[in-house]
Design a protein around this ligand. Structure first.
Ligand SMILES: Cc1cc2nc3c(=O)[nH]c(=O)nc-3n(C[C@H](O)[C@H](O)[C@H](O)COP(=O)(O)O)c2cc1C
Length: 178
């Protein structure tokens, strides 16, 4: 299967980066093709709700990093959303990408995709991820996409925290059993 990983963390050596690496290792061993889109590296202008994408035939007015993402997105069978928790939500970098799905809403809603979430946060309270989980669920419902797996890593402020945890192993297993 074709897997697209959308990375929303600016940390090259961060906590989600390690989960991504392990997930990729597992998925590659299982024979899948993987593309990675680094939302923190690419220039993705925030949607300005001009609705030009609904009025004309030229799509979004911003010809930026989304031009690289969109072909990979359309062709993927599985989309993996990778994000640190920022103020109980997804990172700005990955939210900017999702907002820009707006220009292709109809098309994307007719492309049933499988979704995986890899997320980490610093706090240890059981409800820390609740808002993010609900937000993602609402988005998948709207897009008619189906979440097939996730790793929500609690209590992982730093790289050394996650290195000492079993979350990387969980990410590996998730990739391996696809
Ligand atoms: C702007 C910002 C907001 C954050 N908000 C939260 C939060 O609401 N809850 C939490 O538990 N951790 C929060 N954190 C901690 C990160 O989620 C945590 O350090 C995570 O492991 C970072 O992932 P990364 O290294 O892959 O980027 C925040 C960090 C930053 C920089």
């Amino acid at each position: 299967m074709k897997i697209l990983m959308i990375n929303g963390s600016p940390h090259k050596m961060g906590t989600t980066a390690l989960m991504m690496e392990k997930f990729m290792q597992g998925a590659k061993e299982a024979g899948h093709e993987i593309n990675v889109y680094d939302a923190a590296e690419e220039l993705v202008h925030p949607c300005i709700a001009c609705d030009a994408c609904r009025k004309g035939n030229d799509g979004c007015v911003f010809k930026d990093g989304m031009e690289i993402l969109n072909p990979m997105l359309f062709q993927s069978d599985i989309v993996v959303f990778v994000t640190p928790l920022y103020y109980f939500g997804m990172s700005t970098q990955i939210k900017a990408v999702i907002d820009r799905f707006y220009a292709n809403n109809t098309k994307l809603r007719e492309m049933p995709k499988k979704v995986i979430v890899l997320a980490s946060c610093g706090d240890t309270d059981d409800d820390t991820f609740d808002a993010l989980k609900h937000h993602f669920e609402a988005i998948w419902k709207y897009l008619h996409w189906t979440q097939i797996g996730s790793v929500y890593a609690l209590g992982m402020y730093l790289r050394e925290d996650i290195e000492a945890s079993n979350y990387p192993a969980q990410a590996y297993e998730l990739g391996k059993r696809l």
